[in-house]
Design a protein around this ligand. Structure first.
Ligand code: HEC
Ligand code: HEC
Length: 218
């Protein structure tokens, strides 16, 4: 059987080269490239219709958001993503956008989505152009505030602690303000304590620094 397929492939290539010259061969190469990449995507994201397609419009392809308002999910620790999705369902974390969506997922789907996004590499937030003075102020505040103690080396996140490096600017600022105003609470109360020492200007400077911080390679 394999021999017949191999012979068939040779005949098709020869036919394409005769009929279309080099362009035919290039066309064949393009087709096999598309086949291999769709096989790779099936292995990573599951078969069509893919659950991850639902997230693309807001969180970007592979969780690389192109909008500072929507969080990057790429490289976010799986336990953190799963916990947030469950918190959207229970209403402990309020989001009119995420709540109805998260309610439609089974536990297996939540597990799949969390592991999928955790596998993706975090990339630099290239669409954000920081203000140098604010960024420098934010860096000092992050050091003084001991953010790495919980959010990990390079602020890359682990376990229940989210990655902050390269996150969307407007999203970060909104979260810091929400913690400050009590609109978002984390179960440990850590973030409420952290932001209680920060002024509105401090929160702006931190968001500037974190959004511009290049994520470490995995
Ligand atoms: C219509 C837009 C939209 C779609 C589609 C969407 N999200 Fe979201 N998502 C949001 C917004 C907005 C937030 C931020 C909510 C907030 O400010 O607290 C968010 C937040 C999240 C968070 C929390 C991130 C963090 O850093 O805490 C997770 C996890 C998440 N979404 C997962 C998903 C997954 C998985 C999908 C696809 C199955 C998806 N979202 C589809 C808009 C969307
Ligand atoms: C004692 C541990 C601790 C420290 C220190 C800490 N954080 Fe956090 N932070 C957390 C936890 C836990 C969460 C997740 C909360 C949740 O599950 O809702 C979080 C969440 C966040 C978020 C929301 C991220 C997202 O994707 O939604 C931001 C922003 C943040 N922290 C910024 C900071 C900054 C800036 C500092 C330093 C000034 C800091 N944190 C210090 C524990 C900590």
């Amino acid at each position: 059987m394999k021999k017949i397929i191999a012979l068939g492939v040779v005949v098709v290539i020869a036919g394409l080269v005769i009929a279309y010259g080099r362009e035919g061969l290039d066309l064949y190469r393009l087709m096999s490239f598309m086949n291999t990449s769709s096989e790779a995507r099936d292995a990573d994201e599951g078969h069509w219709p893919r659950l991850t397609e639902v997230c693309v419009g807001c969180h970007g392809r592979q969780g690389h958001s192109l909008n500072q308002n929507y969080p990057n999910l790429a490289g976010q620790p799986a336990p953190y993503v799963a916990a947030q999705l469950k918190r959207f369902v229970s209403g402990e974390r309020a989001s009119p956008t995420m709540a109805p969506l998260a309610m439609s997922f089974s536990d297996t789907e939540i597990k799949f989505l969390s592991e999928y996004f955790a596998r993706q590499s975090a990339v630099k937030n290239v669409t954000f152009k920081p203000d140098a003075a604010l960024q420098a102020k934010g860096e000092k505040l992050a050091k003084a505030g001991g953010c790495v103690a919980c959010h990990g080396e390079g602020l890359m996140g682990h376990d229940q602690f989210p990655r902050l490096a390269g996150q969307g600017h407007d999203y970060l600022l909104r979260q810091l303000n929400d913690f400050a105003q009590g609109a978002r609470k984390d179960p440990s109360g850590s973030m409420t304590a952290v932001v209680s020492t920060l002024s509105e200007d401090d929160r702006k400077a931190l968001a500037e620094y974190l959004a511009a911080l290049a994520p470490l390679a995995k």
